[in-house]
Every structure is written in C-alpha cells, then in structure tokens.
Ligand binder design. Structure first.
Ligand code: DAH
Length: 342
C-alpha cells in the first residue's frame, strides 16, 4: 500500500506540473481528491490495510492529501494569472488617448461678456447676485411699481405658468428681494436669463440675457450713474466712450433714461451699426422710484439710488459683430465656431 501511495504521489505531481488550464487542474482534483478520488479511496479503505501498517498508511495518505490540496490551489492561482495575462495580450487594443483634432469648444460669447462685466463691477465694490428664472407676479411687476392693469405690462409679453407664476421678463424682478436681503447702502448686479413671448426676428428673441444693477446710498445722484456707466462701458469696449442720456419711461425709475454711447465703430460719424445716427442705444436706467425703495424696505427720505438694465445679449452682439440675435441661442456650430475666443 505504501508503494501505491508513492506511485500515486509521483503520478499526481507529474500531472499537476503539466496541467495548463483551469479545466485540467479541476479534472486532476476530481481524479485524486474527489469523492471517488484515488487518495480519498485509500483513506476510505484503511480498514482493509493490515493493522500494523494502518497508522503509517493513514498518516502518509493524509499528508499526501494535504500536500496535493495545496499544490492544486497553487497551480490554480498560477493558471488563473496566466489565463488573465493571455486574455489581456490577446484582447483587441483600445486607444484611450484623445484624438488631437477634437473640438473642445469655448465659452459662449454671452458668458464671456457676463464674466467681464462681473469682474469690472466687483472691482467697483458691487456684489454679484443670483435671480430666479421662475418668478412671482409680485417680484416681476408689482414690486417694481407695475401694478395689475398698468399699461407697462403690455410691453413685456409674458409667459405665464399655470400656478400663476411666470418666467421672469426682466432682471428687475430681483430688485425687491435684494433690497430686502441687504437693506441700504447697497451695490449689486444681477445677471440673468429673461423670457418674453416675442415673435422671433433678427433683434427679438423669446430668451435673452440682461444684467441689472443697483446702487443705493445716501446722496446718490444722476452724476454717479453717469460716472459708473461711462467707466464700465469704457472698460468693456477697451476705449474711452462718450455717453449721453435721453429721457426714457420705466415705471421703476424716476427720472428714467435711455443711455446711449457714441458709436464706437464710426466715432459718431454715422455707419451701419449706429444706423447712421452716430449714437447707439445701450442701457436703460434711472433713479430708483421712491415706491420701489419703500417696497424693498428702504426709506426714500434717507436713501436714493440708481438702477440700470444692460442688455447682455445686445452687448455680446456688438462686441463680437453678430448681426442676428437668434444666432446666440441657436447652438449652430458654424456660427459659434466663428466666435470662438481663444
Ligand atoms: N427692466 C427693463 C426692461 O427689461 C430695463 C430697465 C430699465 C432696467 C430701466 C432698469 C432701469 O433697472 O432702471 O425693459
């Protein structure tokens, strides 16, 4: 029996050494260590071994069983690693690097103009605030002195929601909340997307961007308004601009103005951009109406302020020579590619 064990040992070791696949190693395990395996068989039939040799045979067979179990485990690991390596070596190669001709795009012209403006205003001590796109009727109209049935509502065709709220038609909609949040004195700008139910053409969109600003303090005057706007616009256009004010009507300011700049393309001589008038209408503004201050919780006897509503889309068009407002929202790559700003 002892000879049999050593011949099994020799046989199984040879087989393990030659095994190349997980399947063959499993077959070896079954052949020797399975329920009817050759080593297990010896252990099962110890009774038939001469009593004097039984202990020795049992010890040898058990030792062999443990030894083979370990060898099989080691071999399994080895084969698994080899199989994995083979799989990787034979796998179809995938190139994970990015192609060099990939078009990574750039910021949108409106975003660029917005960021530029934010930086300029921040350097002048203004904070940048956020506004909602869905607003209450109160914030969008009533709080800026446009009560129900006021004719000024007709100028802003509004997208009403079923719950009585609306898509904000102007960034002025955030004025009330910002006044309530900070009180006076206050210097803030609030850029945002506005919506109006407009027929689309080259200068009308149902979705456009504005940037509103407010400065409230003791003794703020029209002179401050002119100074800020002139400084700001000169920074944006990177040259000294000349501004003028014309009367304009907006219910939330009194007096209200249209601020024009002398055409930066023809220096006031008259060209296509300024429609040969020499001036470009750029920014409605005015001194904040006492009612608006009151509704914002600010005492108009103590404080005054100016407000303005810059058309961001308009400014981006001017800065990048875009002649159709619809291009800005189109996502048309052919147009956007021409505006890529490196
Ligand atoms: N909210 C106005 C509009 O969208 C623009 C505006 C005009 C804003 C005068 C102002 C302002 O703050 O003072 O037509």
């Amino acid at each position: 029996m002892i000879d049999k064990i050593s011949s099994i040992e020799k046989e199984v070791k040879e087989k393990i050494a030659n095994a190349k696949t997980s399947v063959s190693i499993e077959e070896i395990r079954v052949e020797f260590l399975g329920k009817k395996g050759k080593i297990i068989d010896i252990l099962k039939n110890l009774k038939s071994v001469e009593e004097t040799k039984r202990k020795e045979v049992a010890t040898l067979a058990n030792k062999l069983r443990v030894d083979i179990e370990n060898k099989i485990e080691d071999k399994k690991e080895e084969i698994k690693e080899k199989e994995y390596e083979n799989k990787i070596n034979n796998a179809k190669k995938i190139d994970l690097t990015l192609p060099t001709n990939l078009n990574i795009g750039s910021l949108h012209p409106i975003t660029i103009v917005q960021k530029e403006l934010e930086e300029i205003f921040e350097s002048m001590g203004f904070t940048v605030e956020d506004g909602n796109e869905v607003e209450t009727e109160y914030n969008n109209f009533e709080a800026v002195n446009v009560p129900k049935h006021h004719p000024a509502r007709d100028m802003q065709d509004t997208f009403w929601l079923e719950n009585g709220q609306l898509l904000k038609t102007q960034t002025s909609a955030a004025q009330n909340k910002i006044m309530k949040k900070y009180g006076a004195p206050l210097k803030a700008i609030f850029p945002g997307r506005c919506f109006r139910n407009e027929e689309l053409d080259a200068s009308h969109e149902n979705t456009f961007f504005q940037m509103e600003g407010m400065m409230i303090d003791k003794d703020v005057s029209i002179a401050n308004l002119i100074y800020f706007m002139k400084t700001l616009l000169s920074e944006i256009f990177k040259k000294e601009v000349e501004v003028r004010l014309r009367p304009g009507y907006f219910p939330f300011v009194e007096p209200g103005f249209e601020l024009d700049i002398k055409c930066i393309y023809c220096d006031g001589k008259g060209c296509k951009v300024c429609k040969h008038g020499g001036w470009i209408e750029l920014c409605p503004c005015g001194m904040i109406h006492p009612n608006v201050l009151k509704m914002g919780g600010i005492d108009p006897e103590k404080y005054s302020g100016f407000a303005f509503g810059l058309g961001l889309s308009r400014l981006a068009m001017m800065k990048y020579g875009i002649n159709d407002l619809r291009i800005l929202n189109s996502g048309d790559l052919r147009a956007l590619k021409q505006m890529y700003i490196k």
